[in-house]
Ligand binder design. Structure first.
Ligand code: SF4
Ligand SMILES: [Zn+2]
Ligand SMILES: [Zn+2]
Length: 372
């Protein structure tokens, strides 16, 4: 009796080894967050770098002979930016002179450690490094500022001072362009924050890939369409040397909420980050939201839209001891506003749901005003 038919039906078919969805040769080691594809390490590097190259070329971020200062904090974003720009500059012969520019805010136990990473990056990438400190520019460190004003509003000082410090550092390096490691997640978060705050001018500006062209030093974001998760993967697989501790003064207030919200949305719709950026790129704004006219600060000459720039204004308050007073007035105002809200809440029991939503929104707005 011939049993061959039975044998054929009972044999377990050999399991087919899955291969990288791009090259079909290597075994996949990761699932690409942006597309969900299972791919190998080499193909991941290739698509990651190719997309950044495409962003650079299609947006004309650089031209041959540019001196480009990379805002380097020692964190994953700027370290990957230094690695990728060094690589693309060689591979596609961009003809750029690259520099690392680090700002030392004077935060003990955070920036001093991360600067050690940047110093090693300087050796690894063979790019000249310039470190400029708040102390030498403003005669204040962030440690001293926090001692003076506490942990409310510290990031406002830090953000304004850093923006100007980067420009001043780039001038010292004779750079004509600045690049920063802001990634797609950062930009989508900022869009959400500005939308929720109703900050139309910032909403308009925050998706620009190049800003500051009206001044002497345009700054751009080559990672505008790059997912944070992919930057982390790239740094991890390439074993890059970066510093991953958060600033000890991070308030994590409003941006933290936007970040959490975005993470929840991303869990159900992975393309949400790029979708938000594309939506914001297509917003149309009314004429009256145009940028204010730029002029020079009467105290330091920095480009600004008022008589004196924000850094000089904040410094004036710090040096005269007014910063603390102004903040406490803001906080008192916040309490007063809260009281008004509480009273109005008591008088409006009929419409409890709406009132609570309104209060929460207004509370957040007040929080932003004091925190940022
Ligand atoms: S978290 Fe705030 S204080 Fe710390 S580095 Fe960032 S902006 Fe500066
Ligand atoms: Zn592959
Ligand atoms: Zn000024």
């Amino acid at each position: 009796m011939d049993n061959s038919a039975n044998v054929a039906t009972t044999t377990t078919p050999k399991k087919k080894t899955k291969l990288c969805e791009i090259c079909n040769v290597q075994r996949p080691v990761l699932k690409r967050p942006k597309t969900g594809q299972m791919i190998c390490k080499e193909c991941f590097y290739q698509v990651f770098e190719d997309e950044i190259h495409h962003t650079i070329v299609s947006n004309n971020l650089f031209k041959r002979g540019d001196r480009v200062a990379i805002g380097a904090s020692g964190g994953k974003d700027s370290t990957v930016l230094a690695e990728v720009l060094t690589l693309l500059n060689k591979k596609y012969d961009y003809g750029l002179d690259l520099f690392l520019l680090s700002i030392d805010e004077g935060i003990t136990g955070y920036r001093d450690d991360s600067l050690e990473t940047v110093k090693r990056n300087q050796e690894q990438y063979q790019i000249p490094l310039k470190i400029l400190s708040y102390k030498e520019l403003y005669n204040w460190t962030m440690d001293e500022i926090v001692k003076e004003i506490g942990l409310k509003g510290n990031c406002t000082f830090c953000g304004v001072f850093r923006r100007q410090a980067l420009d001043r550092g780039a001038v010292i390096l004779k750079a004509n362009k600045i690049v920063t490691g802001h990634n797609a997640d950062d930009i989508a978060e900022t869009v959400l924050m500005n939308l929720l705050r109703g900050d139309i001018p910032r909403l308009q500006r925050c998706v620009y890939i190049i800003t500051g062209s009206e001044g002497a030093l345009p700054r751009s974001k080559p990672f505008k369409y790059t997912y944070q998760k992919e930057i982390v993967m790239y740094a991890y697989f390439k074993k890059l040397d970066y510093f991953s501790t958060e600033c000890i003064y991070a308030p994590n207030a409003y941006r933290g909420h936007a970040r959490d919200f975005l993470k929840d949305l991303e869990a159900v719709r992975p393309s949400i980050i790029i979708d938000i950026i594309h939506s914001a790129e297509n917003f149309h704004f009314r004429e009256e939201n145009k940028m204010p006219v730029q002029r020079n600060c009467t105290q330091c000459g920095y480009i600004c839209s008022n008589d004196i720039c924000m850094a000089c204004d904040l410094l004036k308050n710090l040096n005269s001891g007014l910063a603390k007073v102004k903040l406490s007035i803001n906080l008192k105002r916040k309490d007063k506003d809260q009281q008004v809200l509480d009273n109005s809440n008591n008088n409006n029991n009929n419409n409890n749901n709406n009132t609570n939503t309104f209060n929460n929104n207004l509370k957040s707005t007040l929080e932003i005003k004091t925190n940022n």
